[in-house]
Design a protein around this ligand. Structure first.
Ligand code: TYD
Length: 132
């Protein structure tokens, strides 16, 4: 599986905490886009796609959610529940997100601009790509 968790260094003092994410330092790619998913309704599942080239880091800066990662051979579930932990995903991985807490704010940092042609949204096509 082409993913790993990144532990971000928390800078804190009497006032509270701060985390900085910087290209080439704790983000291992050029950052072209940031988006966030919030106000996710109860029981909703999202994702259900893979990317051809995109690299991403997902961080539950508030609340929690579960990523299901599937490389075509095995599936793994990762719970994100901390602002100081990021899930880095690279390569052909089918991803689904579920178990969003009502307060979840999921920030995603991406290596490319939004490009629908980079998406594989059909699971059978994903399996064909993986087995090429
Ligand atoms: P979608 O791919 O369905 O989100 P998810 O993978 O979380 O289920 O995206 C929802 C809509 O937002 C869809 O119309 C595409 C659009 N979108 C953008 O315009 N820019 C973006 O960076 C992203 C991630 C989505």
């Amino acid at each position: 599986m082409s993913y790993h968790l990144i532990d971000f260094k928390t800078l804190g003092d009497d006032r509270g905490s701060l985390i900085a994410i910087e290209e080439g330092y704790n983000a291992p790619f050029d950052i072209k886009r940031v988006y966030y998913i919030f106000d996710t309704k109860k029981g909703i599942e999202r994702g259900f796609h893979a990317h051809i080239n995109l690299k991403q880091i997902a961080i539950a800066v508030k609340g929690s959610c579960t990523f299901v990662l599937d490389n075509g051979k095995q599936k793994e579930e990762i719970e994100l529940n901390s602002p100081n932990q990021g899930l880095y995903i690279d390569g052909l991985i089918w991803r689904e997100m579920k178990n969003f807490s009502l307060d979840c704010v999921l920030v995603v940092i991406a290596s490319e601009h939004y490009d629908e042609s980079d998406y594989i949204r059909d699971y059978n096509q994903f399996l064909e790509e993986v087995n090429l």
